[in-house]
Write a protein that binds this ligand. Structure first.
Ligand code: IDP
Ligand code: MG
Length: 134
């Protein structure tokens, strides 16, 4: 069933000039890019986006990183988009991610892991609305 997910090319990947390679992979995986923009999140916008992690020890560093430079946010559409995009990204920690996944190929650390993807229907809807007004 066609579904939408929110994907982000994080500031580490934008800095490394690999936007094109990641978008190529997105298209090769059969996703339709339904919306896309580049933006430089403020610290407060990053904190709002990752509000579910506010009591985690990495929240402060993560939101500094996510507001450290421009990122690309996208709505991706496909059959089973949420699970499929998470599979293409690989595990959160690039060292644990399977060969061929984006995080294994392009991630630097558990924090600077190149890409974001929603983890469920409800979070996808909330995350898409966070960046794209109807
Ligand atoms: P996910 O991005 O694979 O869904 P989450 O657990 O939702 O992983 O964490 C959100 C983001 O927070 C990760 O993508 C990563 O950038 C960062 N992060 C997660 N765990 C850690 C950690 O243990 N140390 C530092 N950063 C982390
Ligand atoms: Mg997550």
């Amino acid at each position: 069933m066609t579904e939408k997910t929110l994907a982000i090319i994080k500031p580490d990947a934008v800095k490394k000039n690999i936007i094109g390679r990641i978008i190529q992979r997105i298209e090769d995986e059969g996703f339709k890019i339904a919306a896309m923009k580049m933006l430089h999140l403020t610290k407060d916008e990053a904190k709002g986006f990752y509000i579910v992690h506010k009591s985690r020890p990495f929240y402060e560093d993560l939101t500094n990183f996510m507001s450290s430079g421009p990122a690309i946010v996208m709505t991706l559409e496909r059959d089973d988009a949420i699970a499929h995009w998470r599979q293409v990204m690989g595990a959160t920690d690039p060292a644990q991610a399977k060969p061929g996944t984006l995080r294994r190929e392009f991630g630097f650390s558990v924090e600077r892991n190149a890409t974001h993807g929603s983890d469920a229907r409800e979070t996808a809807e909330w995350e898409i609305a966070y960046f794209f007004k109807k």
